[in-house]
Write a protein that binds this ligand. Structure first.
Ligand code: SAM
Length: 188
C-alpha cells in the first residue's frame, strides 16, 4: 500500500537502555525520519545523546522530524487510545513477531487517525498488546526493530521524494550511481 493521504505518524521506542541500545535506538530514529514518520518518542532510560543525534541530522538534512523523551509511555498510549488530541481515539500499531502478518493487516488500518507505531527493546508489557489496535508482524521470526520499522513504514508510506520532504536541509544528497554528490545549500 502506498497511501496518498497519510495520518500524523509517531514512533514510540520502548525500553531504551542507554549503553546497550545506543546505536540501535539512534538508527531507529533515523529510520523513522527517513521513511516518513513525523516524530519519535524515546522511552526507557533517558538519553539526551539520542535526541541530539536526531536533531542534528534533521538540522543538516532537513525535514520536520520531532523527537522527545517520554517517561510514561503506557500513560501516553492509554491516553492516545482514547484521545489523540482532537477528542477522538488514535490508532496504535504494535510491531511484534507474534502479530498478524503485515500484508494482511495493512488494508485494515484506519488512515484517518493519527498513529503511534510501538517498537520494543526489552520485554514489551502485555498491556501494549491490549491497547494496540493492531499487533503486526513483519514475518514471525525475531529480528530487529529497525528492520521491522523500515519495512512497515515503506509499506505504509511508500516512496518519499527526498528533494521535497527534506528540502529545507543544509545538505542535499544528489542521487548518483557512480560517486558521492552532496550539495551544501548555504554555500551555493
Ligand atoms: N528482547 C530482545 C532483546 O532485548 O534482545 C529483543 C527484542 S526485538 C529485537 C525488539 C523489537 O523488534 C520488538 O519489540 C519488535 O518491536 C521488533 N521486532 C523484532 N522482530 C519482529 C518481527 N518479526 N516483526 C515485527 N517486529 C519485530
Amino acid at each position: 500500500m502506498s497511501a496518498t493521504r497519510l495520518p500524523h505518524i509517531s514512533v514510540l521506542r520502548l525500553g531504551h537502555r542507554r549503553e546497550r541500545d545506543k546505536r540501535i535506538t539512534s538508527h531507529l530514529g533515523l529510520t523513522a525520519r527517513a521513511f516518513g514518520a513525523d516524530e519519535i518518542y524515546l522511552a526507557g532510560e533517558e538519553d539526551p545523546s539520542a535526541l541530539e543525534t536526531w536533531n542534528s541530522v534533521s538540522k543538516r538534512f532537513g525535514g520536520n522530524f520531532q523527537c522527545r523523551y517520554e517517561d510514561k509511555p503506557l500513560s501516553l498510549l492509554r491516553k492516545f487510545s482514547k484521545d489523540c488530541g482532537n477528542g477522538e481515539s488514535g490508532s496504535i500499531i504494535h510491531l511484534t513477531m507474534y502479530g498478524e502478518p503485515w500484508k494482511e493487516a495493512l488494508p485494515k488500518i484506519n488512515l484517518d487517525k493519527p498513529m503511534i507505531i510501538v517498537v520494543g527493546g526489552t520485554k514489551v508489557p502485555g498491556e501494549v498488546y491490549r491497547l494496540a489496535n493492531h499487533n503486526i508482524s513483519i514475518g514471525n521470526q525475531p529480528h530487529s526493530e529497525v528492520a521491522a520499522l523500515a519495512i512497515f513504514l515503506d509499506s505504509l508510506v511508500g516512496d518519499i521524494d527526498d528533494q521535497v520532504h527534506f528540502s529545507d536541509g543544509e545538505l542535499r544528497v544528489i542521487p548518483n550511481a557512480v560517486r558521492k554528490q552532496v550539495v551544501n545549500v548555504e554555500e551555493e
